[in-house]
Design a protein around this ligand. Sequence first.
Ligand code: GUN
Ligand code: FE
Length: 419
Amino acid sequence: MKLYHGDIVYSENRDKLNVFENSYIAIENGTVEGIYSSIPEKFTGAEVIDHGRGLIIPAFSDLHVHASQFIQRGIGMDLLLNDWLNTYTFPQESHFADPEYAEPIYDAYINDMIRNGTFHASIFTTIHRNTVNILYKKLEEKGLWALVGKVNMDFQSPAYLCETTDKSLRETEIFLEEHSSGERVKPILTPRFVPTCSRELLSGLGKLGKKYGVGVQTHVVESLWEAGEARRLFPDCNSDSQIYEKTGLLGNGPSIFAHFIFPTEDDFRVVKDYDCIAVHCPEATTNVIAGIMAVYHQQELGVNITLGSDIGAGVKNGIYRQCAAAVKLSKLKEFYEPEIGKTITISNAFYMATKAPGSVFGKIGAFEPGYLFNALVIDGVEDKNHPMTPEQRLERFCYAGDDRNITARYLAGNKLSCV
Ligand code: GUN
Ligand code: FE
C-alpha cells in the first residue's frame, strides 16, 4: 500500500470533473483503493509520496496516431489530405520495409509519447509486418498499453506501397497469430481507409476479425474527398461506415473511427449499432483535412468521442494539447455553424482524453476504486505569487504546458523514468 499526496483530479463523465485538493490517493497492487482528505487510521505507517501542490491526473490515451509518421511531423502542412498523402506520407512510409530505417523512428516515437504522458494508444504503422513487430516489442518492453495495426492497402496505392490482396491478408493473419496472447499490447485490424482497400480485402479482413476476435481502426468520413470516394467505390452502401459493417469488420472488438467529421444519418446509425468510438484529432484536422467535427452535437446524438494526435497530420505528442485544440475548434464551429456547433468545456475535452478512451484498454483513465494507477503529476504551471485552483492549473497545462510540466509518471503504480 502506498499513498500519493497532491491535488487529485479526474473525470467522472463529460460534465463532471472530480477534484480532491490536498488529498491522498491510496494505491494497492497498482490500482486505486480510494481517495482521502487525510490519512485514514487503517493506513498508518504506509509509505507516503508527497507531490505537494502537484496535480495528480490519469495518464492520457491517444486513440489515433501513426507511429510511422513521427519522422515527418510538421512537413507539408500546406497541402490537403490527398496531396499530403501522395507527396509526403506514402513515399516516407515505404522506407519502413527497412528495419534500420524503422527502428530509430519507433524508438523516438515511444520515448516522446512517454515523455508527454501518453501511456495508452491505438497505433497505425505501415504495411510492413517485419517492422510493425519492432514497434510492438518495444511497446511491450516499456509496459505500455496499445492496440497496434499492420496497415492494409491493396488498391489505388502507389506501387511502392501496395500489397496484393492475398499477401495483405496472409501477412495480417500471421501478425494476428504472432500476437494472440498479449496482455497490454494487442493487435487491431487496420485497413488504411476505403480509397486504398478493395472490397475483397475488406471482406477478408472482416473474416479474420471474426476468426480472431479482433477489432478495427480506420479513417471514416474524414474529408469530403474521402467520403465521396467511399460512395463512388461502394455504391451499394449507404455510408462510409456501412462499408465496414457489410464487410464484417464491426463488432469483433473495438471499432475505432478516426476523424468522423462528415457523418450522414447512416454513419450515425452504424456507430450506434456497433458502439464504435470516434476519434477527434483537432490539430490534424486543421493541418491537412480542413473540416471541423461537430463534437458537442455528436455527443448529444450519443457518439462516444475521444481524442487523437494523428501524428504526422498532427505534429506533436501530448494529448493535453489536443484538449486545448478541441475547445478552440469547437468555438470556431459554433461561430461558423451555430446550428450544429457549440463550444465544449475543457473538462469535456479532458474526459475525451482520459476516461472515455481508457475504457478501450481496461479500468484506465480515472481514479475510481479498482482503476489502474496510470498517472501523471503536473507541476510548475503557476506564476509566482499567483496561485490557481486545480481546475485552472489543468486548463493552463492543456493550453500552455509541455512535457517539462510532467514531473512524475506512474504505470500500474510503478514510477516510470523516461529519456
Ligand atoms: N487517411 C488515410 N491515410 C491517412 C493518414 O496517414 N493520415 C490521415 N490523417 N488520414 C489518412
Ligand atoms: Fe490518421
